[in-house]
Ligand binder design. Structure first.
Ligand SMILES: [Zn+2]
Length: 210
């Protein structure tokens, strides 16, 4: 509860700070105090990144621990890697949410990706999903969303076996990483899904490119 409240507070502060949305193939800058700033290349057909990863605010509060991808409501949201759906639910703050577990990385640490503010969910808990499979549609569901976007997070265990299951505390023992570290083509190289194979812990863009 405490962590969720802090996450919610950080996200709310950011939404009040306003959002900047560019066109396809563009990404907003990292906030000045955030390091490292990963140099990004977006394919021209990729929906824009409207907000970057920011682990803490300049005041040391919990920041924005994912990326926001902006597109029109109804745009397909795609599984960023193959895995199994562990959460598919609606709650008032983040709206429709899906969590996919991708198994373990080469160091034995579990990896999961999280998708928030969906307009519609198309998968249920226990479903096996392929990379690039549509899991829902982009939207603005939940009180923390003021415009249509996908809030996307990448979580990795802090050490093998660190994750604790139980209740809704599925993030315990997991670290939220900048998704831009983990694209299939390499750090900062945003990779639209085109059917290409990739390591299970490497992600393709979670919103359909056009
Ligand atoms: Zn966000």
């Amino acid at each position: 509860m405490g962590l969720l409240t802090r996450i919610a507070t950080g996200a709310l502060a950011l939404s009040l700070a306003g959002c900047v949305t560019g066109g396809y193939g563009t990404a907003v800058e990292y906030r000045p105090h955030v390091e490292p700033k990963i140099p990004l290349s977006l394919p021209a057909n990729a929906p824009p990144i409207a907000q970057q990863f920011m682990p803490f605010t300049p005041d040391g509060e919990l920041g924005h621990r994912g990326i926001d991808v902006a597109a029109v409501t109804g745009t397909p949201v795609l599984a960023a890697a193959p895995g199994v759906v562990t959460i598919s639910l609606y709650e008032p703050m983040y709206g429709n949410r899906v969590v996919i577990e991708h198994g373990k990385d080469s160091a034995g640490r579990r990896v999961q990706t999280l998708y928030f503010h969906l307009d519609d969910r198309m998968v249920e808990v226990g479903d096996t999903v392929a990379r690039g499979q549509q899991i829902g549609t982009l939207g603005a569901s939940g009180l923390l969303s003021s415009y249509p976007h996908l809030h996307f997070e990448y979580h990795r265990e802090t050490a093998p076996g660190a994750r604790r299951r139980g209740g809704t505390n599925y993030w315990q023992g997991m670290a939220q990483e900048d998704p831009n570290h983990n694209w299939a083509a390499g750090p900062g190289r945003i990779t639209c899904y085109t059917g290409q194979p990739a390591q299970r812990d490497r992600i393709t863009y979670p919103v359909a490119c056009r």
